[in-house]
Design a protein around this ligand. Structure first.
Ligand SMILES: NC(=O)c1ccc[n+]([C@@H]2O[C@H](COP(=O)([O-])OP(=O)(O)OC[C@H]3O[C@@H](n4cnc5c(N)ncnc54)[C@H](OP(=O)(O)O)[C@@H]3O)[C@@H](O)[C@H]2O)c1
Length: 253
């Protein structure tokens, strides 16, 4: 089985490790090339965009790919759309494998925002002290709400942030502990958390900290899922990769 994994996530790396252990699938892992020194992967890797749907379609045919697993980040919507379209064109089976979204529990004060701009608007007119953990690329969406203080946490440095006159940047990569998140939010007198609903354990502690501190959370919803079947289960994904199973379509997650 010749398999293409669209990666850039810890899920894709874990999947590659499991496939390498089994050895019955000829897998290629694709990375966008955003990270300067990507972590070593357990299977063969290719790096860089394909050149849109046409480029991906050509790649699938030229490399005799038989199945595709879209294990990109839940917010990497363009790549997922392209994968769905190229697989539909070539009739190559596609499965989206992603981490489960976070769900509110007892004690949580969460409001869902449809996108970053909606989260920025939901902050209101009165200046607030916001812990903003949406990655560096969506920060420009907050230019419409410059009156707030933003504690911005990113992995790589953001570009010019002069449109946010009150901000501080923290560079850090998860996983984070609840204790450290509580300490950070207390020290910076944060009154609101904004995060994308990425899901996963590595960055969940900020939500536990917000619950402990009784802080409101604005949760940016995932983009609408594409046409692919979706699973959060690695065993189901491995079965699909090996060609043994075609999992049921679990849409809308
Ligand atoms: N968005 C996030 O919050 C987030 C968070 C963590 C990790 N990531 C990872 O970072 C990468 C880029 O994310 P994004 O949100 O910028 O993606 P995106 O907006 O959905 O995709 C933009 C373009 O980047 C290229 N691309 C994306 N993923 C690729 C992959 N795995 N292999 C080859 N090309 C890829 C494609 O270029 P062409 O059109 O030229 O093919 C795609 O059209 C993804 O691999 C994603 O898994 C994203």
């Amino acid at each position: 089985m010749r398999l293409l994994i669209l990666g850039g996530t810890s899920e894709a790396r874990r999947l590659a490790e499991r496939l390498a252990e089994r050895g019955d699938v000829d897998a290629i892992l694709s990375l966008a090339g955003r990270t300067e020194r990507p972590a070593p992967q357990a299977v063969a890797t290719r790096i860089g965009g394909f050149g849109g749907v046409d480029g991906l379609t050509a790649y699938l045919l030229d490399n005799a790919i038989e199945r595709v697993i879209d294990a990109t980040h839940p917010f990497a919507a363009q790549m997922s759309r392209h994968a769905a379209e190229a697989c539909a064109r070539t009739k190559i089976p596609l499965l989206a494998f992603s981490r489960a979204p976070w769900r509110a529990g007892i004690g949580d004060d969460w409001t869902e925002a449809s996108d970053n701009a909606a989260a920025a608007r939901a902050l209101g007119a009165k200046p607030r002290r916001v812990f903003l953990t949406i990655g560096r690329l969506g920060l420009a969406d907050f230019a419409i709400a410059p009156q707030h203080f933003y504690l911005i946490r990113t992995i790589d440095p953001p570009e010019d942030l002069s449109f946010l006159p009150h901000h501080e940047i923290v560079f850090a990569r998860g996983p984070f502990s609840v204790e450290d998140e509580i300490a950070l939010m207390r020290t910076k007198q944060i009154d609101t958390l904004i995060t994308k609903n990425s899901g996963g354990d590595a960055t969940e502690a900020k939500l536990d900290a917000a619950r402990a501190l009784r802080l409101p959370v604005l949760l940016v919803a995932r983009p609408a899922p594409g046409d692919a079947a979706v699973t959060h289960d690695i065993e189901e994904t491995l079965a699909f990769a090996a060609g043994h199973a075609r999992p049921p379509a679990l849409r809308g997650v």
